[in-house]
Design a protein around this ligand. Structure first.
Ligand code: NAD
Ligand code: DAU
Length: 333
């Protein structure tokens, strides 16, 4: 099977590529990635020259390039992760979120339709549901109510994918996952940012009162869920993925400080994110029942392992913060 992974050089994509190459020895992966600021070719540098892996630097908005890749690589299935993914950036500069997440997804869906792929897995997010009050969970039937330009662009692409299933019978499956953490996450997101700042004795910026709640899942559990959805999901269906690990942001920040061995005086309460969603929490009963999938990692242990990974891989995130990582792909591609 030839699988096109879009956004394979990002956080979840690079973890997914590794998992598939290990767990599915007869699959071949083509990773199409534009290498934006969030794409880091170093994440998969050791796979260069590997027979079952090919990297193509390119934009999902480029229909001609997509046609060439689908044809020459005989793509059977698509796992679509490429996106602008950071909420704060979408508040500062929304346009590229519409271009990549909405238009790019539609261009990719057209190619999948034209070349009759057997499966199109659209990787969506729980943020499409908007914000919860103190109780309740998102189910697949919760109405979409996105709050930020990021989540609105993801809701648009999620609905476009389902529309292509409904109207053109493209074999689409949509997953909506909660907040990921783990190795190779870009240090602009809460957990890696807090770890990197704690290690360097820099302030840890907590938005608002720090009482916003996110529902955390280890990236490997998410990737296993994506694989299960690709193989076991039904056409036109949506599956929520989550690990039932709700935590306040402040609790996470304090845990990170404890794990790094730094004082809570580093916590810095800063201005809140505009339109900040208060609480996310996922009901993943359907995925657990229909996809024979369940998360394996427990939050406290996996957070400790994640902190250790960032401590051990300091050069990886320091090259990102300094901008040095960009030079790697300028040399390579
Ligand atoms: P990321 O920002 O780490 O990686 C995104 C990747 O997409 C990068 O490698 C980037 O270079 C690439 N990309 C961006 N624009 C592109 C374009 N126009 N053409 C080709 N490649 C392009 O993101 P992530 O956190 O790994 O998220 C991956 C996907 O999973 C996204 O679709 C995101 O919405 C979704 N998701 C993320 C989370 C999370 O907690 N991180 C949770 C649920 C869903
Ligand atoms: O829920 C899934 C989503 O999770 C994904 O779709 C997004 O791609 C991913 O970025 C993530 O979005 P969040 O906005 O929830 O993640 P972020 O790490 O940016 O923030 C997590 C929480 O921490 C949120 O309540 C904002 C807060 N925060 C974040 C940062 C970066 C802070 O308090 N301080 C910070 O510096």
């Amino acid at each position: 099977m030839n699988v096109l992974v879009t956004g394979g050089s990002g956080f979840i994509g690079s973890n997914l590529v590794r998992l598939i190459l290990t767990e599915r020895p007869d699959w071949r992966i083509v990773n199409l990635d534009k290498l934006t600021y969030a794409g880091n070719a170093e994440n998969l540098a050791d796979l260069e020259g590997y027979a079952r892996y090919r990297f193509v630097r390119g934009d999902i908005c480029n229909g001609e390039l997509l046609a060439d890749v689908f044809q020459t690589e005989r793509i059977d299935a698509v796992m679509h992760l490429a996106a602008e993914s950071h909420v704060d950036r979408s508040i500062l500069a929304p346009s590229v979120f519409i271009e990549t997440n909405v238009r790019g997804t539609q261009v990719l869906l057209e190619a999948a339709r034209e070349f009759r792929v057997k499966r199109f897995l659209h990787v969506s997010t729980d943020e499409v549901y908007g914000s919860l009050g103190p109780t309740g969970l998102f189910t697949e039937k919760t109405p979409l109510d996105p709050s930020s330009p990021y989540s609105a662009s993801k809701a648009a692409s999620d609905l476009l994918a389902l529309a292509y299933a409904h109207t053109f019978e493209v074999p689409v499956v949509v997953t909506r996952c909660s907040n990921n953490y783990g190795p190779y996450q870009f240090p602009e997101k809460l957990i890696p940012l807090m770890i990197a700042n704690a290690i360097r004795d820099l302030p840890l910026p907590v938005y608002g009162d720090g009482m916003n709640v996110r529902d955390w899942i280890h990236v490997e559990d998410h990737c296993r869920g994506l694989l299960a959805a690709l193989e076991e999901g039904a056409d036109g269906e949506v599956y929520n993925l989550g690990a039932s690990s709700e935590r306040h942001n402040l609790e996470i920040v304090k845990q990170v400080l404890r794990l790094v061995g730094k004082p809570e005086t580093l916590i810095d309460f800063v201005k809140d994110r505009p339109g900040h969603d208060r609480r996310y929490a996922i009901d993943s009963t359907k995925a657990r029942a229909k996809l024979a999938w369940a998360p394996r990692h427990r939050f406290e242990e996996a957070l400790a392992a994640t902190v250790r990974w960032y401590v051990d891989h300091r050069p990886w995130w320091e090259r990102i913060i300094s901008g040095e990582y960009v030079k790697y792909y300028e040399r390579q591609y």
